[in-house]
Design a protein around this ligand. Structure first.
Ligand code: 8ID
Ligand code: ZN
Length: 354
């Protein structure tokens, strides 16, 4: 049976910690609209985007109170009456992604660019609707992601944002086997998964981040070269030196700061591609136009991925090519986790066991 209230981490004020409520109302099965489903969350991953949102960094027009979180795995416990052609049934284990739902009808959706569906921006988990930092979450029966039976929920959860995002980003690097790709933010949640997807794609990885622990992690995951952005005296030269003197063929920037974007323009090999993933607030890319043209660079922005990208990203986990390195915490630790994340002290990902 579904309880009337349960736990949820509620953002009520951008200036304050989130409130860990124990008596948050749970939408009852009879209250679900057609197409909606109720999911009992087992694990929720903590993404830096949640922190940007929590701090009001992506705008303060969001309607509060808001429950954050957009990586979730749990079981379907109810489906709205009159839901047609539901892709899931009660008891199924499914994942919740950043995009909670799209229209499936517009030009972008028809092209598979679901993250660019104008509707999807109104239906983002933990942003424009309540997200996964709760025992129970309402989502959409035809948009949740089935989790492969062989993948544990804790291993799967961060693939639903971090994994799918970097997998899709790497697909847009215009690289082939043997090319160098720089992963900036390589020791973080997105970055450490990017290193593994890149290796699985046959790319040579140059990892950029800071600190011994992150260095050890990315090297264990197959990064061939490492540059510490805090210690390097000449980051551009060090990166070029590590990649045949010419610089990497592509760079995936998965750090929430503008500096690494601007550096990539300088160190990329001619004909190189910069794939922008990190979303620092109020930041702009500084691209010297003559250099951009002279090197014939490409700059690509990318936002999460579509349902097929999510399925493929999970499949690579099921096949043992990619493994999320996570630390398990509790919902009540969320404020402390945000403090650690802000300080850049988290290696890999943090997942909350609900
Ligand atoms: O769809 C998208 N585009 C998408 C999806 C999900 C997340 C974008 N994001 C964005 C987040 O909003 C955030 O801005 O990607 C960024 C990274 O998210 P994350 O992986 O969840 O953050 P993290 O775990 O804190 O890792 C960030 C890493 O970047 C390093 C830090 O040391 C940390 O390990 N870093 C920083 I901050 N500055 C750096 C620099 N100058 C840097 N690494 C290299 N060079
Ligand atoms: Zn995310």
């Amino acid at each position: 049976s579904i309880p009337l209230t349960a736990r949820a981490a509620v953002l009520v004020d951008f200036e304050k910690d989130v409130v860990i409520a124990t008596d948050h109302p749970v939408r009852q099965p009879s209250e679900l609209a057609p197409g909606e489903c109720l999911i009992k969350i087992e694990y929720a991953g903590v993404c830096h985007s949640d922190l940007h949102i929590r701090q009001g960094g992506w705008g303060r027009k969001l309607s509060l109170p808001l429950i954050g979180g957009h990586e979730g795995v749990g079981h379907v416990v109810a489906i709205g009456e009159h839901t047609v052609d539901s892709q899931v049934k009660i008891g199924d284990r499914v994942g919740i992604k950043w995009i909670a739902n799209v229209c499936m009808k517009c030009e972008m959706c028809r092209k598979g660019a679901e993250s660019s569906c104008p509707l999807s921006f109104q239906r983002a988990s933990g942003y424009s609707m309540d997200g996964t930092f709760a025992d129970y979450v309402v989502s959409y029966a035809n948009y949740v992601t089935p989790i492969p039976p062989s993948v544990g929920s804790a291993e799967a959860v961060s693939i639903l944002c971090a994994g799918v995002t970097v997998y899709k980003a790497l697909k847009q690097t215009r690289t082939i086997v043997g090319h160098w790709v720089a992963i900036s933010g390589a020791g973080g949640g997105l970055g450490h998964l990017a290193v593994q997807y890149a290796v699985a794609m046959g790319l040579r990885v140059l990892a950029i981040d800071t600190g011994e622990e992150k260095k050890k992690l990315v090297q264990s995951l197959g990064a061939e070269a490492w540059v510490d952005f805090m210690e390097s005296k000449d980051l551009i030269q060090d990166i070029k030196d590590a990649t045949d003197g010419l610089g990497p063929h592509a760079a995936v920037i998965a750090a929430g700061s503008s500096t690494p974007f601007n550096q990539a323009i300088l160190y990329l090999r001619p004909l190189g591609t910069l794939v922008a993933v990190g979303m620092p607030k109020d930041a702009a890319m500084n691209i010297p136009i003559a250099l951009f043209i002279g090197k014939s660079l490409t700059v690509v922005g990318t936002s999460v991925g579509n349902r097929q990208d999510a399925t493929e990203a999970l499949d690579l986990v099921a096949r043992g090519k990619v493994k999320c390195h996570y630390q398990e915490k509790q919902l009540q630790d969320l404020n402390q986790i945000y403090t650690e994340m802000e300080a850049g002290r988290i290696v890999g990902r943090i997942v909350l066991k609900m």
